[in-house]
Design a protein around this ligand. Structure first.
Ligand code: PEP
Length: 255
């Protein structure tokens, strides 16, 4: 973290978990644990049907609620999809785009990730843009090239002004939901590579202001060390975001 230059963001990704009632109960439990922890932004990204209940439960707290995806078209024949305008209309502030599970199971590509990112930004939302290498790419020594390419393709056509509303989540795919975590040095190195690509695209000063999270089995036991790295500005958290005490411990580690 480098809090003098950029905001730390601790975000939970609930994935396909929590009914509206379960989300309400969870928010009630986690609220006192994260209250007043102002050195980071606290966000939970929820399934579409759970967003409204979670937002109501989080009213008047320091917790923000986001979505887990967004479609790129404003409206039309896209059965099962939800547009940025629809999310904006119910007050959603954050949205995850390009999560590896979307890329892996739902055939999302850098091209559609880029379109979704643009649609969310144009609607005035903040995007948590996920990217990262798969295991074979890390083992082949091409992680830097892979994340550089994803950064360039996913941000194509996005201005420096729009970039102010983009958080990048570096998520090595081999670490997501597996219990394997990148070492703090690996996380730092690859977040640093992403920042250097941003510097080439937008200039050093802009790159220094972009929040880059690490995601991949971050938990209460490893968060402090990961977050101590200068280029790791927060976390995107799956499994541990479903357990109030574990998530709150990560928020504590960011203080
Ligand atoms: C994620 O879903 O973005 C994630 C990082 O999951 P987990 O923390 O469970 O690895």
């Amino acid at each position: 973290m480098n809090p003098t230059k950029r905001r730390t963001v601790i975000a939970g990704n609930w994935k396909m978990n929590f009914t509206p009632a379960e989300a309400e109960a969870f928010i009630a439990e986690v609220t006192p644990l994260v209250a007043g922890k102002d050195n980071c932004d606290v966000v939970f990204c929820a399934p579409y049907v759970t967003i409204a209940a979670a937002m109501k439960a989080a009213e008047g707290t320091n917790i923000k609620i986001g979505a887990e995806n967004v479609h790129f078209a404003p409206k039309g024949a896209y059965t099962g999809e939800v547009s940025a305008e629809m999310l904006k209309a119910i007050g959603v502030e954050y949205v995850i785009v390009g999560h590896s599970e979307r890329r892996q199971y739902f055939a999302e590509t850098d091209e559609t990730v880029n379109l979704r990112t643009k649609a969310a930004l144009e609607a005035g939302m903040k995007v948590i843009l996920c990217l990262g290498e798969v295991k074979e790419e890390r083992l082949s020594g091409i992680t830097d090239e892979v994340v550089a390419m994803q950064t360039k393709l996913d941000l194509a056509g996005i201005s420096a002004e729009q970039l102010k509303n983009v958080i990048i989540a570096y998520e090595p795919v081999w670490a997501i939901g597996t219990g394997l975590t990148a070492t703090p040095d690996q996380a730092e190195e690859t977040c640093g590579v992403i920042r250097s690509v941003l510097a080439k695209l937008y200039g050093e000063d802009v790159a220094e202001t972009v929040t880059i999270q690490y995601g991949g089995s971050m938990n209460d036991a490893n968060a402090a060390e990961l977050l101590s790295k200068p280029n790791v500005d927060g976390g995107l958290i799956g499994g541990a975001s479903l357990v109030a005490k574990k998530f709150a411990a990560i928020v504590d580690a960011a203080q």
